[in-house]
Design a protein around this ligand. Structure first.
Ligand SMILES: *Cc1c(COP(=O)(O)O)cnc(C)c1O
Length: 379
C-alpha cells in the first residue's frame, strides 16, 4: 500500500537499515567541549559551560534570561511555580501533548483542565479557550474562578506541538482578559518563530527540553527562559537548592530543588547550539521534500501555520481514519521505518481521567489521524 513512501524515506536517509524517528547528530565541537570539561574536572554542579549555555540560549531566543535545568519537565515545574501556581489551583492546557506538561503541574498539586487544540496549529486554541472561560468561569476580585469546581484557574500552558507555533497573540489577549499567566511549553520548538519572535518568549516564562530526541540535545536537560529579572533570579535559586552564595558557609533559605544542569551536559549543549541553525535549515529542507512527496498521495503532510516559521522537529502526516492510521503504522514499522501515532489524549490516561474537559473534538480527530515520520537531520 505505502511502498512508494517507504522507498522514498529509505532514499532520503540513503539506507536499508532501520530508520529511527529522530536521532541526535554530533558533527561539531561536542567532543572538544566534553574533553575540555573532563580535563577541567568540573563535570558536575560547578563550571563555565552552564553559564555559557544559558547565555547562548538567551541570545538565540532573544529572551533576557535563561536558567538551565536537568530536564524539560523540571524546567516546566519550576516555571509554573514562578508563575505563582499553587496547590489546588487549576491550569489549563491541551489534551494533545506529551505527559510532561501535565506531570509538571501535578507535582505542585494543581489540576489540569483540558481545552481543545486548533485545527491549523495542533496547539491550544484561543477561540476554544475563550469559549470555555466564558461558559465555565467567573472573575472574582481579579481572580478567575472555575464555576464548577470553585477552584482558581491560575495559568495556561500552550504547547507548540512538533515545533508548530500556536496562535500566541490571540491566546495572550484571552489570557489578559481572564487574568491568567502564560507558561509556554516550548519543549519541542527551539528554533520556531511566530511573526519573527521566538516561541517561549511570549509568556511570562517558557520551557525547553534537550532530551535525546529533541532538535538539539544535552543528553538530558532543559531551560527556562523569561524576560523578568526577579523571576529569573528566583528560578535560579529554586533550582540550585536555595543556597545563599558564600565561600564556605552552608545556608539555604527555603526547601528547594536540585534541578541544576551538570556542566558536562551543558558542554554538550554549547556545541549542539552552534549546530542549531544548520540543523534547522536541514530540517526545513527535509520538510519540503516530504511535502512534495505527499502532494501526490492521499496522505496530507502537515505544514507550518501561516506567519510562523517552524523548526519541523517531528514531521507529521494526516491520514483519513484510524484504520488507515494503523495500516500505515504497521506497514512502515514492518519495513524498518519507525513511525508512531501522536500521543494518547491526556484525559484518556487513567491518571487524568478525572480532569475537566471542554469540547475537544479537534484533539480527538487528530488523535485518530496523525502519524510522525522519520525526522532526523540528514547528514
Ligand atoms: C520533551 C517534552 C517535555 C520535556 O521532556 P523532558 O524529557 O523532561 O526533557 C515537555 N513537554 C513536551 C511537550 C515535550 O515534548
Amino acid at each position: 500500500m505505502y511502498k512508494d513512501t517507504i522507498n522514498f524515506i529509505k532514499e532520503l536517509y540513503n539506507t536499508n537499515d532501520f530508520i529511527p524517528l529522530h536521532e541526535p547528530r554530533f558533527i561539531g565541537n561536542e567532543k572538544k567541549y566534553l574533553n575540555e570539561c573532563i580535563d577541567s574536572t568540573f563535570v558536575s554542579s560547578v563550571g563555565k559551560f552552564v553559564n555559557q549555555f544559558e547565555e547562548d540560549v538567551a541570545k538565540f531566543t532573544g529572551a533576557k534570561y535563561a536558567i538551565a535545568t536537568v530536564n524539560g519537565t523540571a524546567a516546566l515545574h519550576t516555571a509554573l511555580l514562578m508563575a505563582g501556581v499553587e496547590r489546588d489551583d487549576e491550569v489549563i492546557t491541551q489534551p494533545l501533548t506529551f505527559i510532561a506538561t501535565c506531570n509538571a503541574l501535578s507535582y505542585i498539586g494543581a489540576y489540569p483542565v483540558f481545552v481543545d487544540v486548533d485545527k491549523e496549529t495542533l496547539g491550544l486554541s484561543p477561540e476554544k479557550l475563550e469559549h470555555f472561560l466564558a461558559n465555565n468561569s467567573e472573575l472574582v476580585n481579579g481572580k478567575c474562578i472555575n464555576k464548577t469546581t470553585k477552584r482558581k484557574i491560575k495559568a495556561v500552558v500552550p504547547m507548540h506541538t512538533f515545533g508548530f507555533p500556536i496562535h500566541i497573540k490571540e491566546l495572550i489577549a484571552v489570557c489578559e482578559k481572564y487574568y491568567l499567566e502564560i507558561v509556554e511549553d516550548a519543549a519541542e520548538s527551539l528554533g520556531s518563530y511566530y511573526k519573527g519572535q521566538h516561541t517561549g518568549t511570549f509568556g511570562l516564562l517558557g520551557a525547553f527540553s534537550f532530551n535525546g530526541n529533541k532538535t538539539i540535545t544535552t543528553g538530558g536537560g532543559g531551560m527556562i527562559i523569561t524576560n523578568d529579572e526577579e523571576l529569573a533570579k528566583k528560578a535560579k535559586h529554586l533550582t540550585t537548592t536555595a543556597k545563599i552564595p558564600h565561600r564556605w558557609d552552608f545556608d539555604h533559605d527555603m526547601i528547594a530543588y536540585n534541578y541544576r544542569l551538570p556542566n558536562l551536559n551543558a558542554a554538550l549543549g554549547c556545541a549542539q547550539l552552534e549546530s542549531l541553525p544548520n540543523f534547522i535549515n536541514k530540517k526545513r529542507e527535509l520538510a519540503a521534500l516530504y511535502k512534495s512527496h505527499f502532494y501526490s498521495k492521499s496522505l496530507q503532510f502537515i505544514e507550518e501555520p501561516k506567519e510562523t516559521k517552524s523548526n519541523y522537529w517531528l514531521n507529521a502526516i494526516l491520514v483519513s481514519n484510524l484504520k488507515e492510521r494503523n495500516a500505515f503504522l504497521k506497514e512502515t514499522n514492518d519495513n524498518g521505518i519507525m513511525t508512531r501515532p501522536i500521543w494518547k489524549l491526556m484525559n484518556k490516561l487513567s491518571i487524568y481521567r478525572f480532569a475537566q474537559i471542554g469540547n475537544i473534538e479537534n484533539a480527538q480527530w487528530f488523535e485518530d489521524r496523525i502519524i510522525n515520520i522519520p525526522s532526523s537531520v540528514r547528514v
